[in-house]
Ligand binder design. Structure first.
Ligand code: PGA
Length: 254
């Protein structure tokens, strides 16, 4: 197993729309995790980035966005570039979340990764199958997602700035008991590591943390991190309040 610093990232999706509530959650988590040994981050809606950057000014908590444009700049109405994210204080961005892949092609995702890398943003690349059957086709599906996203990605940037989040779509947004089983997660972690080794070379691949996301809650975090052998979690609904997010962070601190 590769030894990475543990990482827990909250993906707020559209759960929080009030800047006051957002400040409250982030400040609370910040206070309770001062001196933490792990990496903690929040991927927030674009409009909350400046407020959050301000709230996290002297904090080690990482601030990130949930998507970015495949374009570097110019005439693209409504788009947000990697450079803009960097300028307002983001240090990472989620790319290829399944809720975005509905509107984005593999080619766009590969471009987005390049834009993020050029702007020196860390990238949380999400991969995950829609469903599973006996044939094991989900392994090939994940392999294809990794291959197309990383085909042109500079291998050296991957070692420095890439994080993979394995998020099976069938396990997202449920209660803890519907999430992935630890043994299945372990098997997938090994498979992803093998594919990363083929794509990036062993030395680079070993530096890439693999996270799990999909209905992570206080009740299953312990068994998933131990049994699944992942470096941490990408947490959706449970990250929208300090009361549900902090216990997951505490599990990862151990
Ligand atoms: P969930 O979301 O924890 O609510 O399942 C995870 C994600 O989609 O990133």
């Amino acid at each position: 197993m590769a030894k990475h610093k543990r990482i827990v990232i909250g993906n707020w999706k559209m759960y929080i729309d009030s800047p006051a509530v957002a400040m409250d959650v982030v400040r609370h988590v910040n206070r309770k995790t001062a001196g933490s040994k792990i990496e903690i981050g929040f991927a927030v809606p674009f409009v909350l980035l400046p407020t959050m950057a301000n709230a996290l000014k002297n904090s080690k908590i990482m601030l990130g966005a949930q998507k970015l444009s495949a374009h570097g700049g110019g005439a693209h109405t409504g788009e947000i570039s990697a450079g803009m994210l960097k300028a307002v204080g983001a240090s990472f961005v989620i790319v290829g979340h399944s809720e975005r892949r509905e509107n984005e092609t593999d080619a766009m995702i590969a471009e987005e990764l390049l834009r993020a890398s050029e702007a020196k943003l860390r990238v949380v690349l999400c991969v995950g199958e829609k469903n599973r059957d006996e044939s094991g086709a989900h392994f090939e599906f994940i392999a294809a997602q990794l291959k197309s996203a990383l085909a042109a990605f500079p291998k050296i940037s991957a070692a420095r700035s890439l994080i993979i989040a394995y998020e099976p779509i069938w396990a997202i947004g449920k209660q803890a008991d519907a999430a992935m089983k630890p043994a299945e997660l372990r098997e997938m972690e090994i498979f992803i590591r093998k594919k990363l080794t083929e794509i990036l070379g062993r030395e680079n691949a070993m530096k890439v943390p693999v996270l799990y996301g999909g209905s992570v809650e206080e009740g299953n975090a312990q068994s998933l991190i131990e049994g699944g052998d992942v470096a941490g979690f990408l947490v959706g609904h449970a990250s929208a309040s300090a009361a549900t997010f902090l216990p997951i962070i505490q599990v990862c601190e151990k």
